[in-house]
Design a protein around this ligand. Structure first.
Ligand SMILES: Cc1cc2nc3c(=O)[nH]c(=O)nc-3n(C[C@H](O)[C@H](O)[C@H](O)COP(=O)(O)O)c2cc1C
Length: 168
């Protein structure tokens, strides 16, 4: 699969089958994610793979959508606030680092035929409580991980390249 085919295959799936994810696929995805780069190579992140139904239920309270709890695994990407690179002018790159590892994870999941959906609109406190996160960890992104119910159901809406590319 070319990179273009891979990124075309990734989609925000909002419906999942009641079907387990094979351990080999999870191992492969994690191996890919672990190669993600980070500022100053600090790797200031954790990936929570939540299979436990009770904890998934609590996470689904933080983002109450039917389809989140449908997936057999909910993944939470957190950033470690005392191990991240900060530019000399004070700009914090933690969210950027966490986004990159989440991207690697999600694209690897796509490659092996699994569905995901970036979620940021969750109640942060509820996620912190559900996972009992320590004070130095911030959850930035969540995704369900599982086999999608349906294929791509909406057209891709993207800006034209000439709207976003600036030739200087
Ligand atoms: C940082 C980020 C946060 C997002 N948060 C949510 C969310 O909270 N809930 C949701 O349903 N989709 C969320 N999405 C999915 C976007 O709506 C989706 O990626 C966008 O509409 C493009 O659709 P596509 O992913 O199917 O190509 C988020 C995506 C990104 C990148």
């Amino acid at each position: 699969m070319s990179f273009l085919e891979l990124v075309n295959k990734r989609y925000s799936f909002r419906g999942y089958l009641d079907k387990e994810v094979e351990q080999e696929k999870i191992d492969y995805i994690l191996k890919c994610a672990n190669l993600a780069p980070s500022a100053a190579n600090r790797q200031p992140w954790k990936i929570y793979l939540v299979k436990d139904y009770e904890v998934r239920k609590k996470l689904a309270e933080a983002y109450p959508r039917e389809w989140l709890i449908e997936a057999p695994i909910i993944v939470v990407f957190t950033g470690i606030t005392d191990n991240n690179w900060i530019r000399s002018d004070g700009k914090n790159y933690l969210m950027c680092d966490v986004t990159i590892i989440a991207d690697y994870f999600i694209l690897a999941a796509t490659e092996v035929g699994l569905g995901t959906c970036y979620i940021a609109a969750f109640d942060e406190k509820k996620v912190i409580d559900a996972l009992k996160l320590p004070e130095n960890e911030i959850p930035f992104l969540i995704t369900p991980l599982g086999y999608p119910k349906d294929g791509v159901t909406r057209p891709r809406k993207r800006k034209e390249l000439n709207e976003i590319i600036v030739h200087v």
